[in-house]
Ligand binder design. Structure first.
Ligand code: SF4
Length: 467
């Protein structure tokens, strides 16, 4: 057997290299960044090309069955890379790893690591141990995969400072993990566990460090972000822990804009709405996931509010400050959704005129209560409602963008436009994308721009002051 000879390849000339592929949401991006940082601290190098890597990690998403199938398919393909690199370590991280645990080794028997959502801070140690073990495995032909998905108290506090790219002026800051809400369509409580918050002091320290390195805008991240810390920290002077955190983050020198996602409507209590009146750093944008405009469906979804309560809340938020933008998420075709239920959603969308909306066709997610509900809606009907609602949503988005033509807005310039690198792009405080002809000195600047035209999704403008 030529294994002893292969083992010679294991005397790495450089430190072993790692490639991480991330599926899903911003939270996953932030988690991957965290894992990469810890690996680099241990001396690993990160590579963009998977064919050059000694270790390939897939940070997975479970929000839909399709997302899981994609990662499993990818992992199947990666196996072929072992022909050229027999020592290659392969691992699943994150939500699917958490939801499926050791069962993934049956689906993907060539995998070495399955690390769940409370174990990101252990990945670097596991990878190191696996690389060493694989050296021996090449000799004694015995592989010992690691499955680490147990709950771990305090894991949310293992989040540390993050790497920034040259000129980066915006950053995501993870403030909590998990969710206790159990919405009927959602896998998150299963993949991310119960709500666990980082202490305010840790988060503020991270934000201070980001500001010190040039970041001007932070987005606070959590699965149910505006209910941050409700089980751990007390109210102070009638203010929830989330409002206390917002005050502390807004007070950090150098931070000009504060956003947060993803919230739940029930978390917008009066103290939070009042914070929009008091804290100028808090931007004029609120994400308010409606999901459905029918009380019957909202109840089946276990959302905890009615359409009327949602409508009143949207009004309160808009009254809190001029120019407040509201965006939303809507699911069409939830089990049992009748034509009347869908019409209620459509009517509410017309009435509330959201600045933007993400419309999803319901797709049954195994291991969630809704997957087993009677009255599953046909794909044809879902498709029709999806298209029909998008027409409403896109019309309102375009109207709101066109209403800004001729006005002056403040943008934070983030860098070259994705579609035309000759031009620059930035976001308004209300989270609208503005493309403009700029100069290198505008990079990272907070600056006024006059809007000259609008497309269905983007604003185009000219800098007001060209100094
Ligand atoms: S609040 Fe959000 S994360 Fe929590 S269960 Fe509902 S949809 Fe999922």
């Amino acid at each position: 057997m030529p294994l002893a000879a292969s083992a010679a390849e294991f005397h790495f000339s450089a430190m072993p290299s790692v490639h991480i592929k991330t599926y899903g949401c911003q939270m996953n991006e932030r988690d991957s960044d965290q894992v990469a940082r810890m690996l680099v601290e241990k001396g690993f190098t990160m590579v963009a090309d998977e064919t050059e890597a000694d270790v390939i990690l897939l940070n997975t998403c479970s929000v839909r069955d399709m997302a899981e199938q994609k990662a499993i398919g990818k992992m199947g393909m990666l196996r072929k890379l072992r022909k050229a690199r027999p020592h290659l370590v392969l691992g699943y991280l994150g939500c699917m790893a958490q939801a499926r645990g050791g069962d993934l080794l049956e689906t993907s028997p060539h995998v070495d690591l399955v690390a769940g959502t409370q174990k990101f801070h252990r990945v670097a140690d596991h990878v190191q141990a696996l690389l060493e073990a694989r050296m021996h495995a090449l000799i004694d032909d015995e592989r010992r995969p690691i499955v680490d998905v147990a709950e771990e108290e305090g894991s949310q506090s293992e989040i540390r400072d993050q790497n920034l790219e040259q000129g980066q002026v915006t950053a995501f800051v993870s403030i909590m993990q998990g969710c206790n809400m159990h919405c009927a369509f959602c896998i998150v409580p299963r993949t991310r566990g119960g709500e666990r918050a980082r202490p305010i002091s840790d988060i503020v320290e991270e934000v201070r460090s980001l500001a010190g390195r040039g970041v001007k805008e932070v987005t606070l991240l959590g699965q149910i972000v505006n209910l941050y810390g409700r089980h751990e920290f007390p109210k102070v002077d009638g203010k929830s822990p989330f409002v206390q955190l917002l005050e502390a983050v807004c007070a950090v020198d150098g931070i000009h804009r504060v956003r947060f996602t993803s919230p739940h409507p029930i978390g917008y209590r009066d103290d939070l709405i009042d914070a929009f009146r008091r804290l100028p750093e808090l931007v004029e944008h609120v994400h308010l996931p409606l999901q459905s405009g029918s009380d019957r469906i909202l109840k089946a979804m276990r959302r905890g509010y009615t359409a009327e309560k949602f409508r009143l809340l949207a009004g309160k938020i808009r009254d809190a400050r001029p120019g407040m933008a509201i965006t939303t998420d809507i699911i069409v075709g939830f089990p049992g959704e009748s034509d009347e239920d869908y019409a209620a959603t459509k009517n509410l969308c017309e009435a509330l005129s959201f600045d933007n909306a993400f419309v999803f066709r319901y797709s049954p997610r195994s291991l969630t209560p809704a997957a087993d509900l009677p009255g599953q809606v046909s794909e044809e009907v879902k498709e029709w409602r999806n298209k029909d609602l998008l027409e409403v949503v896109n019309r309102h988005t375009a109207d709101r963008l066109h209403a800004l033509v001729g006005s002056e807005v403040e943008i934070l310039c983030e860098g070259p436009s994705r579609h035309n690198p000759e031009r620059l792009t930035g976001r308004t405080r209300s989270n609208k994308i503005v493309v403009f002809e700029g100069a290198p000195r505008h990079l990272g600047a907070i600056m006024p721009v006059r809007i000259v035209r609008a497309s269905g999704s983007t604003l185009y403008g000219d800098p007001v002051v060209l100094d």
